[in-house]
Design a protein around this ligand. Structure first.
Ligand code: SAM
Length: 246
């Protein structure tokens, strides 16, 4: 159920943005280099891009500054309000849609060159359904690049640095917080890879950035007692996929 995830983000958007102070740029997540190093997206000028789970749209705004026509979708109105203000401050025009990525019906088929998502698909209860919709909205040979929690990351307890469960225990998990419980979904690597193939993508690259290094500008480094240098030396927090519609 994505309602609780939406409520969590509406409640926590302000703190998330204040804590992380994410700069305008195309990032992939904690412990990972930015797009200027990874170069997964190619030239962006004139490209039609859908940023999925755009949050504050720091990525989408950076893409728009490079001449792309960007639409961002997110289900949290608070995240979208932040994105709108940030886009205005940066004097770029991006279209923002409030909606869940579990239902992209309103988006026309075969109309985007690139679908991009940074750190949002760990909130998807059904990746195959999601990937099929993304395949539908992309043009032929359209690019699909996304990052999310590395499946190994949550098997180590950030405080004790000991195993806290099985890699194979996938699906929905919850974490108690001071406000609304945090809900996410764990996947194994094959549970990320196989639905991509089933949905009609060719996977061109899978990237596991070496999080033993600190990457310049990483807004999450050592944040929330979660992305600690000690933990990042043991397990990677981020995995990235580059796939293409057939
Ligand atoms: C960790 S934030 C990442 C935001 C942004 N991509 C970034 O990199 O800063 C995850 C975002 O996914 C959004 N999200 C979670 N589930 C969603 C859903 N089902 N549909 C649309 N957005 C969703 C949240 O509202 C939140 O803004």
């Amino acid at each position: 159920m994505t309602r609780e995830i939406k409520d969590y983000w509406d409640e926590n958007s302000k703190y998330y943005q204040e804590d992380s102070k994410i700069k305008i740029g195309i990032h992939y997540g904690p412990g990972a280099p930015f797009e200027d190093k990874l170069r997964l997206l190619g030239k962006l000028k004139g490209k039609k891009i859908l940023e999925i789970g755009c949050g504050g749209a720091q990525c989408g705004i950076a893409m728009a500054k490079k001449g792309a026509k960007v639409t961002g979708i997110d289900q949290s109105i608070e995240q979208l309000n932040f994105a709108k203000n940030l886009a205005d401050k940066n004097k770029v025009n991006i279209k923002l849609i409030k909606g869940t990525f579990q239902d992209l019906k309103k988006i026309k088929s075969n109309c985007y060159d690139i679908a991009f998502s940074a750190f949002a698909f760990q909130y998807s209860p059904d990746l195959l359904k999601l990937f099929k919709q993304i395949n539908r909205i992309l043009k032929k040979k359209g690019l699909f690049v996304f990052s999310l929690d590395h499946p190994f990351f949550r098997i180590i307890n950030p405080k004790t640095l000991k195993s806290q469960g099985s890699y194979f225990k996938t699906g929905r998990y919850t974490e108690k917080t001071d406000s609304i419980d945090f809900v996410g979904y764990n996947n194994t690597v094959s549970e990320l890879f196989n639905p991509l193939v089933k949905a009609g993508f060719i996977v061109e690259e899978m990237i596991e950035p070496d999080s033993r290094k600190k990457y310049a500008g990483d807004p999450w480094y050592n944040l929330w007692g979660l992305y600690t240098p000690k933990l990042l030396k043991i397990v990677p927090p981020t995995i990235i996929f580059k796939a293409r519609k057939k």
